[in-house]
Design a protein around this ligand. Structure first.
Ligand code: ADP
Ligand code: MG
Length: 662
């Protein structure tokens, strides 16, 4: 017997192969991202309606939505002057009458006739007479398929224009009847003592016997999604390990020793432990694939430098990629200071800066290439590459990461992030990476105190900042992102204002619409304390390191995510002085205030990330651009931690004890 996975499943066929799907229906289904039969069978209901027990019209309330059923006893369309209209039907179920109204949707009259039986779902907008505005509705047609829609728990699907609920429900029913037996158990599959079969789960998710079935079914289908993702990651990793031999990059300490001696501080225990792990990786059989996680300010750059030295000592070049030009320049300067005395060359490549890269290919001296993604654009060669380091990984997608590593002959890879991702989520997103964590901050850091203040306190806050500057410190003033020219005007006006407020101290301006060289000039002045106050957009969010800056004022903080605010705040508190972060917000809504309070209460990035995850979901936490985040139909990265764990165990068990060839 041939194993099932060698046959292409009929579920992979397009929906257009099914009877009744012409071009128009196909286009509608495509808008719902339904292309294959499988997509259709996994189209998840938005909610369920228990049509075995509906309410009497007389029992409907204004508070909770409910389903009722009645016969149309009157209907009509009223047109008003100015093109407005209202279409109304009156339902009677013997207990009372219900008026249902649709405003400015005159075509609704095409869907109803006197005497029709109708389901409506909604809440009353008024009691006398009983009225629902814009209820969800469905005409009950008798006929052979009537049982699909009534006297059961009926699924209510997400729709798109022109696609009737009733048609889709019938279509899914018929397709399920025909293909249910083709829904096979995936490999690996969970223990059926604890889960329904996949085929059962698919049926239950559409046509549950009882309400709790819908959750049982969802969990099974979610588990399958997680298993599939884990399997993909595992096999990607296996393929990679089978095909890629590691370059020997363990190093011999001849540069590391003088580097550490000149550094001016001792590495923390966390940093040393991580370096032991990366050294083992760099000397291992497979190229390193490692994620380095450490809160803002925990000292990831120095770890990157030490790792780079190991590769360089071993005779290879290194590439370091940062998400912004400013950050690339900062790394460039740091590495120049650290590495040039050791005879290592530093090259910078950003969108606006290009050093003589053509020469690099012919130059035998060890080199570290620092830059933005411009480092990896076509036509630019990175010769003899042993190690690639990506800073602030969350700013790049997985695809970019892959593209970059393919540049070389399987170089080692170290990706660094300050976004402390809860462990299970990390396993899902970065399952193909080993994780190392810097979990302790360097000693001797001043505390950061955070306050939320209303706008009317702004003059006092500015006075406070002025005081701090007078004692020699520096400050950031942060505005939400500048995207269009209107906003540039706003931030420029604010700049003029702050200049007056802080004179004779100097204020600098930094935003994304400025040229790379302009930005760099402003940063240089700020670093050199020629500028005392830096007015900036969230551009400074990542990586900047000016330890004399101890005050940060953030305007409209409710426009940022918590994790992002934490990153911003991480620009201060880098020296021995006490630091202050003031969030100026007039947010009235209690949720927004609650969110900001979390920042007052803790500087623990992990706690903040978890709160952010709960409040805004993983997409926001990891950045909009994060393309590595898969889309789940049934799985939920926040509430399904237990399923993610089970999926991992299943996949691991399956790969560790292969059940032989089928
Ligand atoms: P991040 O992890 O946010 O990238 P950085 O690498 O920029 O943090 O480090 C923040 C600051 O801490 C830098 O000024 C760096 O020189 C300093 N630093 C790093 N490691 C130590 C240490 N072991 N002891 C003291 N200061 C350190
Ligand atoms: Mg950093």
């Amino acid at each position: 017997m041939s194993p099932p996975e060698n046959r292409i499943s009929p579920l992979k066929n397009p929906v257009t192969s099914l009877w009744g799907v012409g071009a128009e229906r196909a286009a509608q289904l495509a808008r719902l991202e339904i292309a294959s039969i499988e997509d259709l069978l996994l189209h998840r209901p938005r909610r369920y309606e228990d049509r075995r027990h509906f309410k009497k019209i007389s029992e409907l309330t204004r508070t909770a939505p409910g389903t009722a059923r009645g016969t149309i006893v009157a209907l009509g369309l009223n047109r008003f002057r100015g093109g407005k209209s209202v279409f109304e039907i009156v339902l009677d179920d013997g207990s009372a009458r219900l008026h249902c109204r649709w405003w400015n949707l005159p075509f609704m009259q095409n869907y109803f006739s006197n005497g029709d039986e109708v389901f409506v779902f909604g809440r009353l907008s008024q009691i006398k007479p009983r009225t629902m505005d814009h209820p969800e509705s469905e005409v009950i047609e008798s006929g052979e398929e009537g049982f699909i829609h009534i006297n059961r728990i009926a699924p209510v699907y997400p729709l798109t224009e022109g696609l009737p609920q009733r048609w889709l429900r019938g279509f899914i029913w018929r397709t399920l009847e025909k293909f249910e037996t083709q829904i096979v158990e995936p490999k690996p599959a969970p223990d059926l003592k604890f889960f329904p079969t996949r085929a059962n789960a698919v049926r239950m998710v559409h046509f549950p016997g009882e309400m709790p079935d819908t959750d049982t079914a969802r969990r099974r289908l979610a588990l399958d999604e997680f298993v599939e993702l884990q399997s993909q990651m595992q096999s990607r990793r296996k393929r990679f390990e089978a095909s890629a031999r590691a370059l020997p990059c363990g190093g011999d300490n001849r540069m590391m020793k003088p580097f550490l001696a000149a550094l001016g501080f001792k590495l923390t225990e966390s940093q040393t432990r991580v370096l032991r792990e990366t050294r083992a990786d760099l000397g291992g059989a497979h190229p390193m694939r490692r994620l380095l996680q450490g809160d803002v300010g925990s000292g990831k750059t120095v770890v990157a430098a030490c790792t780079a030295l190991m590769a360089i000592e071993s005779g290879f070049n290194v590439a370091l990629m940062a998400p912004t030009e400013i950050l690339a320049e900062q790394h460039f300067r740091n590495f120049k200071k650290w590495f040039e005395p050791l005879g290592i060359k530093i090259e910078l490549q950003t969108g606006s800066t290009k050093t003589a890269l053509g020469n690099a290919a012919h130059d035998p001296s060890p080199t570290i290439f620092v830059g933005t993604h411009a480092l990896f654009t076509e036509g630019f060669r990175l010769p003899n590459l042993g190690l690639v380091i990506i800073d602030e990984q969350h700013k790049f997608g997985v695809a970019q990461r892959e593209q970059l590593v393919r540049k070389g002959n399987y170089p080692h890879l170290l990706v660094m992030t300050a976004t402390p991702i809860p462990r299970t989520l990390g396993l899902t997103l970065y399952g193909d990476l080993d994780v190392a964590v810097i979990d302790k901050m360097p000693l001797g850091r001043g505390k950061i105190k955070t306050f939320v203040r209303a706008t009317d306190k702004l003059p006092k806050v500015l006075e406070f900042i002025r005081e701090k500057i007078s004692t020699g410190r520096q400050a950031y003033v942060i505005y939400p992102r500048v995207e269009d020219t209107g906003e540039v005007k706003a931030v420029t006006a604010e700049f003029e204002n702050l200049r007056k407020v802080f004179a004779p101290f100097r204020v600098g301006l930094l935003h994304g619409r400025m040229k790379g060289t302009e930005k760099e000039a402003v940063m240089a002045e700020f670093r050199g304390n020629k500028i005392q106050v830096l007015l900036s957009t969230s551009l400074v969010e990542v990586g900047l390191d000016v330890s004399n800056a101890t005050v940060m004022l953030i305007e409209s903080p409710e426009q940022f995510g918590l994790a992002q605010l934490h990153q911003l705040r991480g620009r201060i508190g880098r020296g021995a002085h006490e630091s202050h972060c003031i969030l100026i917000s007039d947010a009235k809504n209690p949720e927004a205030r609650e969110r900001l309070k979390i920042l007052e209460e803790t500087t623990d990035g992990f706690k903040i990330a978890e709160a952010d995850l709960k409040l805004r979901g993983p997409g926001e936490l990891l950045g909009r651009e994060q393309s590595g985040l898969p889309k789940f139909r049934f799985g939920d990265l926040i509430t399904d931690m237990d399923l993610i764990r089970q999926a991992r165990q299943l996949v691991q068990a399956a790969t560790e004890s292969p059940r032989g060839q089928t």
